[in-house]
Each structure stands twice: as structure tokens, then as C-alpha cells.
Design a protein around this ligand. Sequence first.
Ligand SMILES: [Fe+2]
Length: 309
Amino acid sequence: MSNSDYRHIGVHPVSAALGAEITGVNIAKGLSDEQFEEIRRAFFENLVIMIRDQDLSEEQQCEFAARFGKLTKSAGLKGDNPIFMVTKSADDRGNNIGGHWHADGTQMEHAPLGSALYAMQVPPYGGDTMFCNLYMAYELLSPGMKAIAEQLIVVHSGKLAYSGKGHVVQDLLDRRADMYDFEAGRIDSEHPLVRIIPETGRKVLYAPSPMAYYFKDMSMQDSEPLLRYFQHIAERAEFTCRFRWTKGALLLWDNRATYHYALNDYYGWDRIMRRVQIEGERPFGPAKPAMEPVSSPFAAVRAADPVVR
Ligand SMILES: [Fe+2]
């Protein structure tokens, strides 16, 4: 199977590493089963997909996302609504959430499978989102390092991130206090460094900042250099893609097999996005077995090219 094998949608890769634009789809009008199955396949094969020019209500966005799995809220988000508005106004010089390589909510035991992010208002330039491919990061390791990595378990912690001393500064915590119960987000989970994505059966190197904090049974001093090493491999330019937003674009990313980076380069312009998250399985891999049997129906198309080793 490859990106040319689709019959009911168009699939157009945006970089060699990952990411594709999907064409020939109008979500609001309804999707045939064949179209949805191909969108699902395109998602697991390309890790990030963008469908432009959609006119979606909150309900339609939730309904579409829920076909990929149960919807879930951000850790600590108050209320029952799974919708989270990612909003930055023209005069906001404050901290840009997501302005660094990261994955969302990884301190949760069932860290999100992915998110569906819908562009309601975008700046005329800037505000792109970048992604990197964690399958490639794993594949780049030498056999000896893979053997070490496969034994390691990472402690993911929301305690530092939401303490006012981590990447989310106190000022931002104060401004979001009406939306979040940060106490509820201050949780820890232990996830394997090498994780298997059930739908593809393939391994990713999963050490996402800022929650991936230290290795189980290691001190911070021992953990830090190794953790940074694994994180920075993933961030290589050859492993990335970059999406330019247009109003009405819906973007879906695999939060387990990618990191993302929200560029903060549009001061003077509003940007309003609507996000809904999909719940993931409990992460498993060689250092932490799956709790249930898994089947792997999809292939991840892209593989690390020997040229970039
Ligand atoms: Fe994020």
C-alpha cells in the first residue's frame, strides 16, 4: 500500500518524512464508509493529515474525531466539554503554549492518541505548525542503542510543567485558572521509552518534552543527558514537516508517533483554533507489555532514509 493506492480520496504528501493533505472530502456533507476507511488509513500511514476548506460546527468536528476513538479532555480541563479553544489575540505577547517540540498530555496514563485541530481564524502569515516523525527517530538508533532504549521507562510528570516553574509560566497559569484545575493535571505516569503503535505494530522513540522528566530507577543527573539525546534525535530537520494554516483547515495528528511545534511568529494578528482530543491506549513497548492483545492493520509509509543517517 502507498499514497497512490487511494480510490475515494486524494492523498498528497507534504514532506519526505511525514504529513499529507487529503482532498476530495467534505466532512460536513457526510463521508461514505469507503472514504472514512481511506482517511483512517491515510492518518496511520502519514501520521498527520490536513483537510482544507471544511465548514464544521463543534458537533461535526467532535463526531468526526470520535470515529478515531473516544474523545477525552486535556488533563485538568474543567467541565464536560472536550472542546478546547487554542486562542491567541493580536496584542498577546505572553507565553505561546506549544512553542517548543512536545506531545500533549503525556503525563496521563492514557495519553492522547491524537487531536483534531480546526482553524477558525488564522493570521495572513506565520502561525504554522511543525511535526516530526518518531518512527524515524527510533530507526536512526544503532542496534546497541536500540537495545538500551528498549529497557528504559520514562517518568512523565505534570507536576513540574504546571508548577509555575516549568515551561508554562505562572502568569499563564493565572490567566487560565478559570479553565483549568491545574492540581488535576499534576499527575505522573510511567511510559516505555520505546513504544509500539498498535495500529502499525511499529516502534517509536517516545521521550516527549516537557512531561518526560527522568528515567525510572535513575537520578535526574543520570537521566538528563540521555533523555535530551533521545529528544533531539527526533527533532532533526529531515524528520519534520510543516503545515501552513488556512481558515477552515482541519488537521489530525498522531500524538504518539509525532511531536509538534507551534510557531509563535504572528504578533499583531489573531489566531483562533478549536481542538478536540482522542484518548489513546495505555502506552506499551518492550519495557512495558500491552495489557490486551493488539492487531496492526496499517503500515506507516515513511521510513528513515539511509541518506540521513
Ligand atoms: Fe500541543
